[in-house]
Ligand binder design. Structure first.
Ligand SMILES: [Zn+2]
Length: 88
């Protein structure tokens, strides 16, 4: 275990290392199981996060149709709802 290199793990994962140090760290990764595990874990998390964000940014067609159905149903009842509001 090479402490100096292991200390740079966070900077490597967040892309803060210079190109030279990045290459240097990648060499270290080949010989350091602890850092490889951490990098694997980070990449798994990043993918999960990207997938979750992607779902939020582009809702499925079915979900959009559901919203349209709810909206048009509300519009159909608009007059009725206004009357109820007036009575309240
Ligand atoms: Zn290491």
């Amino acid at each position: 275990m090479d402490e100096t290199h292991c200390d740079r793990l966070d900077d490597y994962l967040t892309g803060k290392l210079s190109t030279y140090r990045q290459a240097d760290f990648q060499k270290h990764l080949k010989g350091c199981q602890a850092c490889r595990d951490a990098v694997d874990e980070w990449q798994r998390l990043s993918r999960t996060l990207a997938a979750a964000t992607g779902r939020l940014e582009s809702p499925s067609r079915a979900f959009l149709e559901q919203i349209e159905t709810v909206l048009s149903a509300r519009q159909d009842r608009k007059g009725e709802m206004l009357c109820n509001d007036g009575e309240a």
